[in-house]
Design a protein around this ligand. Structure first.
Ligand SMILES: Nc1ncnc2c1ncn2[C@@H]1O[C@H](COP(=O)(O)OP(=O)(O)O)[C@@H](O)[C@H]1O
Ligand SMILES: [Mg+2]
Length: 243
């Protein structure tokens, strides 16, 4: 039997009576890299915010470890997940302070924070950057600080919302390698929203295509990319549909 960390049941989301997401049924297997692919404005970010419990669905349910979400375990679940936004929002302090922030909030002691921050900065290739001002870094370095800030919290599930969309090819490659490394080394379940099919193809084990508010196909990434069942995905792969 597959080991699912998150399952959604007919998850829907409306804003001002307009449906953005319609009856989303997702199964996220533990330890895998999942790509949520779809054109701009289709609801990828909204879906990540629902899964990460930052927003509530209009209807439908989210199950964690096979159990329905209950209000009394919301905080515990929230602590097991971290979302990295498209545009990293960093504090105007040092790289060290930015990465340490979540651990301080959790009340960890100084020496444990120091050790974890050092380790996370090494993982993202920013060893020695502790005292630099976060705001002075390049776009790629900022995004790596944001990923380090997420990683120190040792999340079981890491959500990445278009983490490379504003970056140059060299930094895209660095971040993609980092995503694969985090998944391989720490067995972190990763959910990445992207409009870039090539990126999804390079990274994902599983892929789900969002189109007009619905998941039109979901499953093994290689199978979907080589022989999709839905003709719209075929058009997309052949470059006839602009995402
Ligand atoms: N807080 C909100 N209030 C109203 N509409 C929203 C809100 N957040 C997102 N939307 C709408 O939901 C749709 C999907 O947005 P989004 O998830 O950001 O798309 P994507 O990430 O796929 O580009 C868009 O039409 C957007 O305007
Ligand atoms: Mg988005």
């Amino acid at each position: 039997m597959k080991n699912y960390t998150i399952q959604t049941h007919n998850l829907s989301k409306e804003y001002n009576g307009e449906a953005v997401l319609k009856e989303i049924n997702l199964q996220l297997e533990r330890g895998r890299i999942h790509a949520i692919i779809g054109p701009s404005g289709v609801g990828k970010s909204v879906l990540l915010r629902l899964l990460n419990l930052l927003e509530e669905p209009t209807s439908g349910e989210i199950h964690f470890d096979g159990k329905a979400l209950r209000e009394n375990n919301r905080l515990n679940l929230h602590r097991r997940m971290t979302l990295v936004f498209q545009k990293p929002v960093l504090f105007n302090t040092s790289v060290y302070e930015n990465v340490a922030y979540g651990l301080k909030v959790r009340g960890e002691n100084r020496s444990s924070i120091l050790e974890k921050v050092k380790k996370a900065l090494k993982v993202v290739g920013l060893k020695g950057y502790e005292h630099k001002r976060a705001r002075d870094l390049s776009g790629g370095e900022k995004q790596r600080v944001a990923i380090a800030r997420a990683m120190v919290l040792e999340p079981e599930i890491l959500f990445l919302d278009e983490p490379t969309s504003d970056l140059d090819p060299r930094n895209v490659a660095i971040i993609e390698e980092l995503i694969k490394y985090i998944n391989g080394e720490f067995k972190t379940t990763i959910v990445i929203a992207t409009h870039n099919m090539f990126q999804a193809r390079r990274l994902a084990h599983e892929a789900s295509f969002l189109f007009e508010g619905r998941i039109i196909e979901s499953g093994n990434a290689q199978e979907i990319f080589t022989s999709p069942k839905d003709r719209r995905i075929l058009r997309f792969i052949k470059g006839k549909m602009i995402f």
